[in-house]
Design a protein around this ligand. Structure first.
Ligand SMILES: [Zn+2]
Ligand SMILES: [Zn+2]
Length: 334
């Protein structure tokens, strides 16, 4: 990763140009920068492109067809894609399924590790004055968590185990608290990270480095978890989630496993588990998150573990690929 001067983005008729205020560093970017195997089902990162898809900023230019809705000075966050706006997927806020979508971190749509960034007017969400750019840059990861927790069909009495206390695990802890899960146990190999989850909603933490996660989790929650979130995504982690789950449990896989995996399906079959996979979110998830932040009904600020400036980004980005205690590192632009 290098810092270079590139031409300023120009708005299409329905686009906005933002001066970026903040952009979070996401594990997805770390994965994309390391892995160019097209067989993984994952988009390959082309050379010479700009990443960064968790951002907020101020509108500095408005495309001619977007001028009734948007104005210079508006503060917004935006979805990390621009769809056609017209197909069935776009009409329900799922532009990532649009046949004509352009996704961020491509040549067609550079990302927001930059001073300026082009966004779709139709994919932008206005931030209330009470929501800072830092918080606005958390809307995307919060929407990832919201989409994952929706798939778990939480009930108030649920015992939840969240495996992996990274940014996604922490947002999931926050939503499980928001939706009233009774026990929210967070497990991680690094206790300093798991400890951070208490501020977001964990009712207990488990030290995965000590082994016996199932036993520790059951002790903490008074029984085995009926809902397990795999927020790790390495070979073997789905099998562990299956092993940890109570019979008839629900497993939601959110961690991005960038390699082949091997598991024993019978273990899931005998328990009759529901296993689902969560990828992104709908536009309405962004709107919901922005609304809740604006009303101070959720507080995700504790998941930001560090603030950096542009000059530090290449070094910090590489450092995050090594074992570390960071949760969300936030790039802030002046
Ligand atoms: Zn992300
Ligand atoms: Zn479309």
């Amino acid at each position: 990763m290098t810092i270079e001067d590139i031409p300023d983005p120009e708005p299409g008729p329905t686009d906005l140009i933002l001066r970026v205020g903040a952009c979070g560093i996401c594990g997805t970017d770390l994965h994309m920068s390391e892995n160019s195997n097209p067989n993984l089902g994952w988009r390959v990162l082309p050379p010479d492109c700009v990443m960064g898809h968790e951002f907020a900023g101020e509108v500095v230019e408005v495309g001619r067809e977007a001028q009734t809705l948007w104005h210079v000075g508006d503060r917004v966050t935006a979805l990390p894609w621009i769809g056609c706006g017209d197909c069935p997927a776009c009409r329900v806020g799922r532009g990532y399924r649009c046949a004509r979508v352009i996704s961020r971190a491509s040549h067609a749509l550079p990302g927001a590790y930059a001073d300026y960034c082009r966004v779709g007017g139709g994919e932008s969400i206005r931030l209330p004055d009470t929501v800072s750019f830092r918080e606005g840059a958390l809307v995307e990861p919060l929407a990832v968590g919201l989409n994952a927790v929706r798939r778990a069909r939480l009930q108030p009495a649920d015992r939840v185990l969240i495996v992996g206390a990274g940014p996604v695990g922490l947002t999931i802890a926050m939503w499980c608290r928001f939706f009233g899960a009774q026990h929210i146990v967070v497990s991680d190999l690094v206790q300093a990270r798991a400890e951070m989850s208490r501020a977001l909603g964990a009712t207990a933490i488990v030290d995965a480095s000590q082994g016996n996660v199932a036993e520790q989790a059951a002790d903490a929650a008074g029984g085995p978890p009926g809902v397990v979130f795999d927020c790790v995504g390495v070979p073997g982690s789905l099998q562990l989630a299956i092993n940890y789950s109570a019979p008839d449990g629900r497993i939601v896989v959110v961690g991005l496993c960038m390699a082949g995996d091997h598991l024993f399906p019978t273990k899931a079959l005998v328990k009759e588990l529901d296993i689902s996979f969560a990828f992104v979110y709908r536009q309405e998830d962004f709107t919901t998150v922005v609304h809740l932040l604006g009303k101070s009904r959720i507080d995700a600020a504790p998941m930001i573990s560090d603030f950096i400036e542009m000059a530090d980004l290449p070094m910090e980005f590489e450092a995050l690929k090594q074992p570390n205690r960071q949760i969300k590192v936030m790039l802030e632009l002046p």
